[in-house]
Design a protein around this ligand. Structure first.
Ligand code: SF4
Length: 254
């Protein structure tokens, strides 16, 4: 036990969408972005907070763990990981925002397949270390357009795109995730720009598309936040897979 401390708001067992096999996904608190479609608003603040659901009593989201305690908890499911070719995934929030803690937990999971789901919106040195520490990186690209990125996430996309390029040039297996937001990033033009960026990447396993869905609104309310998406939440987003197919990049819609 002991070591670095981190704040976690959920641990999900038997996760099947966060990398290969059966996995345990750890949701870390805190994110530097403010995506207007965020499905995990309880992951935005770094601190534990009260959630007030529409029905039922308020509950606390987030508590402090130490690295040894979490590693011990995760290793209890080792048989499931081994049997299914699975492992552990760190998600959030932005898990690399608590990098010293996550790094220590990963170092205690020797022999377990590890993955991270990241926005890429973290300092260069942290991203580089993470690329070397994990067996799989799952990274979002929200939009290739800087102005749109700023308007819908609160920050520019230069950092994330430079890290996407580092993945394309590197040796770590990776998946690119595209949240599909109607009228924001689901244009053919945006998909073509993403496909151009990924062309020729040796370790790219596939692109995964995640269509927006409306549960985000209720979760914002529960976390005491105003939900102001700024796009048409009733229109289905378009999954334009043609630019990826043209380049032979596998695409999966989740
Ligand atoms: S990066 Fe993820 S967790 Fe952070 S605000 Fe965007 S959708 Fe939410």
């Amino acid at each position: 036990m002991g070591g670095e401390k981190g704040i976690i708001f959920d641990i999900k067992e038997f996760a099947v969408y966060d990398g290969p096999g059966i996995r345990t996904t750890v949701f870390m608190k805190g994110c530097p972005l403010r995506c207007r479609w965020c499905h995990n608003p309880e992951g935005l603040s770094k601190e534990p907070q009260m959630l007030t659901p529409k029905e039922g009593p308020p509950r606390l989201s987030g508590r402090e763990w130490d690295a040894g305690e979490l590693a011990g908890r995760l290793l209890k499911d080792r048989d499931f990981y081994d049997m299914s070719g699975g492992g552990v995934t760190f998600s959030g929030g932005e898990p690399l925002w608590q990098w010293p803690f996550v790094r220590e937990v990963v170092s205690r999971l020797e022999g377990v397949h590890t993955a991270v789901e990241t926005s890429g919106h973290v300092p260069d040195d942290v991203f580089e270390e993470a690329m070397n520490a994990f067996n799989l990186v799952i990274m979002d690209i929200k939009t290739m357009d800087e102005k749109t990125h700023r308007a819908f996430t609160g920050s520019g996309n230069a950092l994330a795109l430079s890290h996407a390029r580092a993945l394309c040039d590197g040796d770590t297996p990776f998946i690119i995730r595209l949240p599909l937001i109607p009228g924001v990033n689901d244009s053919l033009e945006n998909m073509e720009a993403v496909a151009d960026l990924l062309e020729g990447a040796k370790k790219l396993l596939r692109v995964e598309m995640l269509p927006y869905h409306q549960t985000a609104g209720a979760k914002h309310k529960m976390a005491g936040l105003v939900y102001d998406p700024g796009f048409d939440t009733f229109r289905d987003p378009r999954a334009r897979i043609e630019p990826f197919e043209l380049l032979g990049i596998p695409v999966k819609t989740l």
